[in-house]
Ligand binder design. Structure first.
Ligand SMILES: [Mg+2]
Length: 178
């Protein structure tokens, strides 16, 4: 049986967006993230982080620091009993339109293949419309975290829900199951 997942953007969704975070000591979590994922995990969801890291292409973020940052995030959530199935990052430039860079769905599709995930039973949560678009292209349901962006007026393909933070997103997902 295929698994259901919540795909999560990283910066501005799980941790505070420091804009080209490169220093593992600068990780700061957004409110409610541990409890939100704990509840979703209890409901049977697995978690995959999908993060654009164009700072690598710009030469201001180092791959080894991204991996260290993901190691720390993984360890900190494990202390709250929450396990991540995978971390995917797209180190490509904004202009590349690389299939792995959101809004393209490559990271979600790779995650689904590697972890046996049913995309139609899964969700993408992020604070940018590019996150929502990546989810829509991959075939997941989507939640936009309010703050930075609102869907353009009359857009035919918007998020299923707009939440204020990961906890509210989790409550919506749990409520709309089945
Ligand atoms: Mg973000």
């Amino acid at each position: 049986m295929k698994k259901k997942a919540v795909f999560l953007d990283r910066d501005g969704t799980v941790i505070i967006d420091k804009i080209y975070l490169n220093d593992p000591s600068q990780i700061d979590y957004l409110p409610g993230v541990f409890e939100a994922l704990r509840q979703l995990q209890e409901a049977g969801f697995i978690f995959v982080i999908v993060t654009n890291q164009s700072g690598v292409a710009r030469g201001i973020v180092q791959i080894e620091n991204i991996e260290k940052i993901h190691e720390i995030i993984s360890r900190d959530f494990a202390q709250h009993g929450v396990h991540f199935a995978g971390f995917y990052y797209a180190p490509y430039s904004v202009e590349s339109n690389h299939p792995m860079r959101k809004p393209n769905p490559g990271m979600l599709e790779a995650g689904a293949k590697e972890h046996g995930i049913d995309l139609s039973q899964s969700w993408m949560i992020g604070d940018r419309m590019t996150d929502v678009e990546a989810g829509l292209r991959a075939g997941t349901k989507t939640v936009l975290l309010a703050g930075h962006e609102v869907p353009p007026e009359g857009t035919p393909r918007g998020p299923d829900f707009i939440a204020h933070g990961l906890m509210e997103a989790a409550q919506w997902i749990l409520k709309s199951r089945g």
